[in-house]
Design a protein around this ligand. Structure first.
Ligand code: PLP
Length: 394
């Protein structure tokens, strides 16, 4: 007999992957330029030159053990650099002993959850949310509690407050958000912190705020992404270089445990144990060394800003509705009928691949990943127009 849950996760198809696979097939049939594939969040901008230079320098230097095991938590020299960078940007006092280098945000999240959850503990997430949260939480023995976001996709503080119970052990927030592009304001984060602090005091046990931040640097119009660690002591930052440095396949990120947390050293020890239990020790050593040389750098985010503008201008002039994204590279657009899956199916007839919102925990929207080449956006606008007219002339 096999474990029911792992079997079910392995057998169920992610609708994002399914759509991407359909897209690959369709491109082979009619030509890649005829399909407007907005399904995946794969960065379309190349990694910056510093990454290429670092790879070449490291592998060319025979004195560097580029492919050797490193310490389980990641190279101390890298953790030192990361701590210095975070401390300078956000006036924190993190030490490298509170940083744990991971195989990307997915590993940061699964390790953090496994480090703090006891069987049956509840984890609150805000919908719409990254669909893998369900698997990550349940895989760590927790129970997912979903709270719908406010109309602008920030956290609805009243609904959030009501969802917290004596069983709540952790909350996951994600800003800039996948799929809505929303960025939580300082006030919103302060309000979240105040609610959690009140419940912590009432229950006399910690509630961990896990901040999933792979899109931290991808923001527009000067939007500010407040650092959760400044506002709430029991917070854990989960970061990844997948998006900011366009390195999703290299699997590299980190966890930062807040130094202000009362049990920071114990939680960090549990993070180490959780990484060990999942076999996630020692993330790719070549890329640990690459990141050490590229801390503070990003890919050319201005490419996404241009895509965003083109898409927003095109869709708003047709008449589509959406909440303007302030960060990440996703647009969450209202479907033209209540059933987002049916809308996505009709969009396919116009060769538009839009991810229905149901898997993100909310209905009636589609996610458009605009991390694509400029021509895909430009050429897709007439298809969006035809789709719109099809509904409006019904
Ligand atoms: N969290 C969010 C919100 C994401 O969008 C993603 C990837 O798309 C991840 C986590 C996983 O990121 P990584 O590729 O670094 O594991």
């Amino acid at each position: 007999m096999l474990p029911e849950k792992t079997l079910a996760w392995g057998q169920s198809r992610s609708c994002i992957r399914e759509l991407a696979e359909y897209g690959a097939k369709r491109k082979a049939e009619i030509g890649a330029d005829k399909v407007y594939d907005f399904s995946l969040g794969n960065p379309s901008v190349p990694a910056p030159e510093c990454v290429n230079r670092a790879v070449i320098d490291i592998v060319s230097d025979k004195t560097i053990p580029a492919h050797a095991y490193t310490t389980a938590a990641g190279l101390i020299s890298l953790r030192q650099k990361l701590a210095e960078n975070l401390n300078a940007r956000y006036a924190l006092k993190l030490s490298p002993e509170l940083l744990y280098v991971t195989c990307g945000a997915a590993a940061s999240l699964t390790i953090s959850l496994r480090a703090v959850l006891l069987p049956g503990d509840e984890v609150v997430v805000i919908a719409p949310f990254f669909p893998e949260y369900r698997v990550f939480v349940e895989g760590a023995g927790g129970k997912l509690v979903v709270v719908p976001a406010a109309a602008d996709f920030t956290v609805d503080i009243e609904a959030f407050d009501k969802a917290i119970s004596s069983k709540t052990k952790a909350v996951i927030i994600n800003s800039p958000n996948n799929p809505s592009g929303a960025v939580l304001s300082e006030k919103n984060i302060k309000d979240i912190a105040a609610v959690l602090k009140r419940h912590e005091n009432a229950n006399k046990s910690p509630i961990y705020l896990i901040s999933d931040e792979p899109y931290r640097e991808i923001v527009y119009d000067g939007a500010d992404v407040p650092c959760t660690l400044q506002y709430y002591d029991d917070s854990i930052m989960c970061y990844s270089f997948s998006k900011s440095l366009s390195l999703p396949g290299e699997r590299i990120g980190y966890i930062a445990v807040n130094d202000k947390m009362q049990d920071a050293a114990l939680v960090y020890a549990s993070v180490m144990g959780a990484g060990r239990a999942q076999g996630y020790v020692n993330p790719p050593s070549l890329f640990q060394r690459v990141i050490e040389r590229c801390v503070g750098e990003t890919s050319d985010i201005s490419e996404y800003a241009l895509n965003r503008k083109l898409l927003l201008d095109g869709l708003s002039s047709i008449g589509y509705e959406y909440a303007e994204p302030k960060g990440a590279f996703y647009l969450f657009m209202k479907a033209l009928e209540p059933d987002a899956k049916a809308f996505s199916e009709r969009a396919k007839k116009h060769e538009l691949l839009l991810v229905p919102s149901d898997d993100f925990g909310c209905e009636g929207y589609v996610r458009i990943s605009y991390c694509v080449s400029r021509s895909v956006i430009e050429n897709s606008i007439p298809a969006f127009k035809a789709l719109y007219e099809e509904y409006k002339t019904k």
